[in-house]
Design a binder for this molecule. Structure first.
Ligand SMILES: [Zn+2]
Length: 192
C-alpha cells in the first residue's frame, strides 16, 4: 500500500489517557476486533471492511476513531518516562531553527549540538542538546557557548509525553492535536 495515500494514524492511549503510540488504522482494527478498546475520542475517520460473517451474511465493518484508549493495566512508572532523544524530534522541538544564528534550515543542514561538549562531560540528553546549523556547530567546536562568545537564542527543555507524540506524529488530525496540545505546557514552542 502506498503510504502517501493511506489514512492518518490513530493515537493509542492507555486506559488512563496516557499516550502510548501511533498505530495504523489496520493495527487499530485488530484492537477493536479483540474488544481491546476501552473508549474513543473524536468522530470516526476511517472505515475498514472485513469478511462476510457466516451467521448474519453481512460484511463486518469497523469504524476507526482518531483516538483510542486500550484496556489493560497502567504501569505506575509510565508518567515518569523521559521521551527518547532523536534528531528528527530534537529538530522538531526547536522548530528547525539554529539556536545560534536563528536561521531556519532543512533536516540535512542541521546538527545535534551539545551545549556542553561530550568530550567535556556533557550528556547526550534533551537538556544538553540543541539544534544548530552545520557552520554554527563547526564554529563553536569543542567549547562552551560563553567561551565561543555564542549566545543561545532559546533554551533546551525535556518534552512531555504528549509533546513527544506530536513530535513523532506523521500526519496529525485536528482531534488528536487538540487532545495532545491540551496537555502541553503553554511555555512549549509547539504553541508558538
Ligand atoms: Zn546557525
Amino acid at each position: 500500500m502506498n503510504r502517501k495515500w493511506s489514512a492518518a494514524d490513530v493515537l493509542q492511549l492507555d486506559v488512563s489517557g496516557r499516550p502510548q503510540a501511533w498505530v495504523t488504522p489496520r493495527e487499530a482494527a485488530v484492537i477493536y476486533a479483540s474488544d481491546g478498546v476501552a473508549w474513543t475520542l473524536g468522530a470516526a475517520f476511517h472505515v475498514l471492511r472485513g469478511g462476510i460473517q457466516r451467521t448474519t451474511g453481512q460484511q463486518s465493518r469497523i469504524e476507526v476513531h482518531p483516538i483510542i484508549a486500550v484496556r489493560g493495566a497502567v504501569p505506575t512508572s509510565a508518567w515518569r518516562q523521559v521521551p527518547t532523544l532523536s534528531n528528527p524530534k530534537l529538530f522538531a522541538r526547536d522548530r528547525h531553527v539554529c539556536a545560534y544564528c536563528g536561521g531556519r534550515f532543512g533536516f540535512d543542514d542541521l546538527t545535534r549540538e551539545h551545549i556542553v561538549p561530550v568530550s567535556r562531560g556533557g550528556g547526550d540528553t534533551w537538556m544538553n542538546c540543541i539544534t544548530a546549523c552545520r557552520p554554527c556547530n563547526g564554529r563553536k567546536g569543542n567549547r562552551l557557548p560563553e567561551e565561543a562568545r555564542m549566545t543561545l537564542l532559546y533554551l533546551p527543555y525535556v518534552p512531555s509525553l504528549h509533546e513527544d507524540m506530536i513530535l513523532r506524529g506523521r500526519r496529525i488530525l485536528a482531534d488528536q492535536m487538540d487532545f495532545l496540545l491540551a496537555s502541553v505546557p503553554r511555555s512549549s514552542r509547539l504553541h508558538g
